[in-house]
Design a protein around this ligand. Structure first.
Ligand code: ADP
Ligand code: MG
Length: 566
């Protein structure tokens, strides 16, 4: 119990750091159980892994907070944030050497995601976190450790893992907000909409690197009358906003009028947001995929023939390989791979697209004959993608009117306010019809499913283990294989990247040259769905967050070693 812990710390005080290993074990405190699962090897190593478990009944969170997955996820998210804030307040920062003195829990950004940092079941409330055991040089700082484990930690647990009446309102708002967003997203398909933005939503962010809402001066979202609709949510009741229909939607408007801000909000509408974020009721269908140009990436056997054909020297594009894609081929690959993995809504922004992939106007058609142009521009496939494959597109394009005729809906942003200009745009397209020819190379065929070859991602072991490291949100190293994916924009937390790295390690042994990539992705996602995120790792770790199949596919597709059988 806590007394044993005190005695052990007293005994090992001043000894070499390794003696901390003795702490590993389980300790019964008055209000909770402490698990010291893994003690770090030295003060500079990754901090030790601990858990605090409170009996569910004692915690005081009644059944209403966990009725349904949306609420449970939101409760865990709320408690994780509270634990994180409290730990920062209660601890004294670094003590002595290395990371000594720190109590850290995976800290969420603006999204409410399933995470391993907190678990709430019928039986318990459990926080999984990291603690830097303190040292002076490499000698155990027993008194400091005592203060951390016997005073700071109990204070944090008492504050963050038990129900407090004065937090009822905030907690209720949190779970209701998450449940409403999930309900709204689920309604989209029955309404034939791909996205919904509630009136009053605040889309702009504090800065390009700060995802919190813009502090002041944000213009609230307001739907144009033609696209306005009302939906009924379980908690908020009736909500009015803009529903973006299936098909092709074009967002136009002058520079700096809020086009990209709108699209960015839609990209992250696949996730739920915390109360106060401004995007609580901005939701996008769950299989929405942001596509951008990523020149320099590798492509392994992707069928990009819907968009690219007749390359110089007769290079195949039905199973295209390169270690150095161009802007246009990278964008074509992103779309074809996305559809292969199940994307049914594509989000594209002129700011991050290859111009020659998006458009090819009449003058250029006169100068460069189509035999000499391998690219079938997106404009000549976008409608077909929807009609023949059920893939919708939302596209930001302020620089060319060529899409007017193909778009089912045209939304103009003026001073951050959307206006439906579909009729006007269609009228202009008719009136100013030019001699631009549609140039496709035959009808769109269903996507080709590739099968990755064995050892496509070599997982080199050292001492029987594959070392897996991630850096930020866009880089992972498995053994000696480095995968970078800066262009994958819908990853919002490093914890998702850590989980993705584990998922890649789980997917790789399934690659046998026969199973399709989709099949492999489905198996991994199925494991996570049935056995939880915890099943991604053989040790219980509190730093993993949920990810989508589309991001897992995107990461695997960017592995430079990937080899596939068509
Ligand atoms: P565009 O893509 O049309 O050129 P952006 O979406 O990049 O424009 O927006 C330009 C600027 O306007 C950004 O700094 C953004 O934060 C800000 N902005 C966007 N929407 C709003 C809004 N609703 N209220 C206030 N500022 C906004
Ligand atoms: Mg823009």
């Amino acid at each position: 119990d806590a007394q044993t812990l005190r005695e052990t710390l007293r005994r090992i005080d001043g000894r070499g750091y390794k003696a901390y290993k003795e702490l590993q074990g389980t300790y019964a405190f008055e209000a909770f159980t402490l698990f010291i699962d893994h003690v770090q090897g030295d003060p500079f190593a990754q901090p030790s892994r601990l858990r605090v478990r409170v009996d569910r009944t004692a915690s005081g969170f009644d059944a209403s907070f966990t009725s349904g997955p949306s609420r449970t996820v939101a409760l865990c998210d709320y408690l994780t944030r509270l634990f994180s804030r409290t730990a920062r307040r209660v601890t004294k920062g670094i003590r002595g050497t290395g990371k000594g003195g720190l109590i850290l829990i995976d800290t969420p950004a603006q999204e409410i995601l399933p995470r391993t940092a907190m678990s709430v079941t019928d039986n318990h409330v459990e926080a999984r976190f990291f603690l830097g055991l303190p040292a002076f040089g490499r000698r155990i700082a027993g008194r400091d450790a005592m203060e951390m484990l016997l005073s700071e930690l109990p204070a944090i647990a008492t504050e963050a893992l038990f129900f407090k009446e004065d937090r009822r309102a905030a907690l209720t708002a949190h779970v209701e907000c998450c449940e409403d967003a999930d309900a709204l997203r689920e309604k989209l398909s029955a309404l034939n909409r791909v996205a919904f933005l509630a009136n009053g939503a605040l889309l702009p962010r504090a800065s390009g690197i700060d995802p919190r809402p813009l502090g002041s001066g944000a213009i609230p979202f307001s739907s144009p009358a033609t696209l306005r609709m009302e939906v009924e949510l379980p908690n908020r009741g009736k909500v009015t906003g803009m529903g973006i229909p299936e098909g092709v939607t074009l967002i136009v408007g002058g520079g700096f009028h809020g086009k990209s801000t709108l699209l960015n909000a839609l990209e992250l509408g696949v996730y739920n947001h915390i109360p106060g974020d401004g995007r609580e009721l901005v939701v996008t269908r769950p299989d929405a995929l942001k596509i951008r140009a990523a020149d320099g990436r590798s492509i392994s056997g992707t069928d990009i023939s819907p968009f690219i054909n007749n390359l110089p020297f007769g290079r195949s594009t039905t199973a295209f390989h390169t270690q150095n894609a161009s802007g246009s081929t990278s964008q074509a690959a992103g779309i074809c791979e996305g559809i292969e993995a199940g994307a049914r809504l594509l989000l594209l922004d002129e700011d991050t697209s290859a111009t020659n992939f998006m458009i090819r106007d009449e003058k250029m058609q006169h100068l460069v004959a189509s035999e000499n142009e391998p690219i079938t521009p997106f404009i000549d496939r976008v409608k077909e993608l929807h009609d023949s494959q059920g893939v919708s597109t939302i596209l930001v394009m302020g620089g060319s009117g060529d899409y007017f005729a193909t778009a089912d809906h045209v939304i103009q942003m003026t001073d951050y306010a959307p206006e439906d200009v579909t009729e006007k745009a269609h009228g202009i397209a008719k009136e100013h019809a030019d001699g631009r020819m549609v140039e496709t190379t035959g009808p769109l065929r269903p996507v080709t499913h590739r099968s990755p070859r064995p050892k496509s991602i070599p997982l080199e072991e050292r001492r029987g283990r594959v070392k897996i490291t991630t850096y930020g949100r866009h880089e992972m190293v498995l053994g000696t294989t480095r995968i970078t994916f800066d262009d994958v924009e819908q990853i919002v937390e490093p914890s998702q990247t850590r989980a993705l790295a584990q998922a890649v390690a789980m997917a790789t042994p399934l690659m046998d040259g026969a199973r399709t990539l989709t099949d492999i992705l489905d198996r991994v996602m199925e494991t996570v769905a049935t056995q939880g995120l915890e099943s991604l790792s053989d040790i219980l770790r509190g730093d993993l967050a949920a990810f989508r199949k589309l991001e897992l596919a995107a990461v695997i597709n960017r592995a430079r070693t990937l080899k596939t059988v068509p």
